[in-house]
Design a protein around this ligand. Structure first.
Ligand code: AMP
Ligand code: MG
Length: 476
């Protein structure tokens, strides 16, 4: 199945997707109502029956899920007036994220059979014109705002992967969306994308950047790093708007190896956490219900020490810098949901857990698997949207346990780290250590997995379950 083709008709086969298990997930996801995807073959009829003992049907008191509105007292546009760096950092970064979300949302295919222009990168991952356009716009805006401060930018995409035809397509999309006042030429497009190309293939920073950082250090100046994944979960993006395809624009600001600001723009995530249907069903006329359509999309914003907030995807006032409608979010508080009912929000792609360790962990936490031998209470979705779901109490655990040789990119977890921490949760390596985000574009080789939870006892339990199954594995 070609998910990604050029509009000119030249096809690029995404063999990594079509040949892998993800195709199975893809097909199942179109059959089920909620995003209750499990790696088993089941049919539309029993999908609904089986959902009763799954995640979407867990009954919980509304208060643990419901978003609380910001600070009860003084709020500025929904944010507390004393929220850290409100005007200096928060407004400009939300402005940039909203524009990127507009591009991505406009370009996301409606279903897994729809098309969007793009290419397959050498590592076999897909990249679309949406990735390039979103990266160019965000970096251009941030550079205008913060370049003079000698901030460093690290972002996933490179203009090397663009040709004239794709560039022209991107420029016409920017024009259609009224963003051509920001970028309107191919040269500007390429230069803007490459503002984030400050690292080598192995993740090490370019020597020129290292020299600049060292020079500033000698003057006792720290250098801030912005890290961007313009479309995190491109595979989810390609799964389609109405097929539950989740993805996000993920931006983090890192200081001294620690993320201090994180934004997750999630154009396809329901803003209402009680809205269980992640698939945006169409009605008999083929139209998406207007009520759920209005509910589509949200942005998570977290600055160290300020708490985590959820914002509407677009400002009701039509101003991208507007912060109205912000609501504070919190993870499930320790003890408020029994462990036997705790929920796993995990990736769709098998590379997040190639050895099947999550089943062993879940068995320890839930006490059992379901009758089909699958994890109870799971929700599968791509990208750091998972962090947003846990941040607002929609799930308790995320696991990321790729094969040992895989070294993670910082943009896949940096924004998620601060979002989850400010909501009351935790992200660590598998030994319980906090992760260093200041080593370049990749994490330390020795990080052999990432565990994320609602925090408190949930994290202790997750670490313990991971370590127990490792010990049992080593005895086998
Ligand atoms: P997820 O959407 O949670 O499956 O994670 C998406 C991210 O995983 C992508 O942005 C990739 O950078 C990253 N990724 C790609 N290939 C691999 C792999 N083989 N192992 C682990 N992570 C990968
Ligand atoms: Mg990406």
């Amino acid at each position: 199945m070609n998910l990604l083709t050029r509009r000119s008709g030249i096809s690029f086969l995404l063999s990594s997707i079509s040949a892998s298990q993800s195709t199975l997930f893809l097909r199942h996801s179109t059959l089920t109502n909620a995003f209750l995807i499990k790696p088993v073959v089941f049919h539309a009829q029993n999908a609904h029956a089986s959902s009763t003992h799954h995640y979407g049907k867990v009954t919980r008191s509304a208060s643990t899920i419901k978003l609380s509105s910001g600070d009860d007292a003084e709020t500025s546009d929904g944010f507390p007036t004393d929220y850290p760096n409100l005007d200096l950092l928060i407004r400009p970064s939300i402005g940039a994220i909203r524009k990127a979300c507009r591009i991505a949302s406009y370009l996301q295919p409606e279903t897994s059979n729809s098309q969007v222009s793009g290419i397959t990168k050498t590592d076999t991952s897909p990249v679309t014109i949406g990735d390039f356009a979103a990266q160019a716009i965000v970096l251009k805006l941030l550079h205008e705002e913060f370049g003079k401060d000698q901030d460093v930018f690290i972002a996933e995409e490179s203009s090397k992967n663009l040709d004239d035809e794709l560039s022209n397509e991107i420029l016409s999309v920017l024009e259609r969306l009224g963003l051509d006042d920001i970028i309107s030429t191919q040269k500007d497009l390429e230069e803007s994308i490459d503002l984030g190309q400050t690292y080598k293939n192995d993740g090490d920073l370019l020597d020129s950047i290292k020299d600049m950082i060292e020079e500033r250090k000698s003057k006792s100046l720290t250098t801030r790093t912005w890290c961007l994944d313009p479309i995190d979960g491109t595979r989810g993006f390609l799964r389609g708007k109405y097929d539950g395809g989740q993805y996000c624009v993920a931006l983090a600001l890192i200081e001294n190896g620690v993320p201090v600001l994180g934004l997750l723009g999630c154009p396809n995530l329901p803003s209402n956490p009680l809205h269980e249907n992640y698939e945006w069903e169409k009605n008999e006329q083929g139209e998406v219900d207007m009520i759920t359509e209005k509910d589509r999309g949200c942005i998570f914003v977290a600055h160290r020490g300020g708490g985590c907030f959820q914002l509407p995807l677009y400002s009701p006032k039509g101003d991208d810098h507007d912060l109205s409608g912000a609501q504070r979010v919190q993870t499930t508080q320790s003890g408020s949901l029994p462990l036997e009912q705790s929920r796993f929000c995990i990736g769709v792609e098998k590379y997040g857990d190639p050895e099947g360790k999550v089943s062993a962990i879940a068995t320890k936490i839930h006490g059992k698997l379901d009758d089909d031998g699958d994890i109870l209470f799971t929700r599968r979705m791509d990208s750091q949207v998972k962090y947003g779901v846990v941040a607002r109490g929609g799930s308790e655990f995320i696991t990321r346990l790729p094969k040992k040789s895989y070294q993670e990119w910082i943009w896949d977890h940096a924004a998620g780290r601060i979002v989850i921490e400010e909501a009351g949760g935790k992200q660590t390596d598998t030994e319980g250590n906090l992760i260093d985000y200041g080593l370049g574009a990749k994490l330390d080789m020795n990080v052999n997995g990432i565990l994320i939870s609602s925090g408190g006892m949930y994290h202790d339990v997750l670490l313990e379950a991971y370590q127990e199954q490792e010990q049992e594995r080593s005895k086998e």
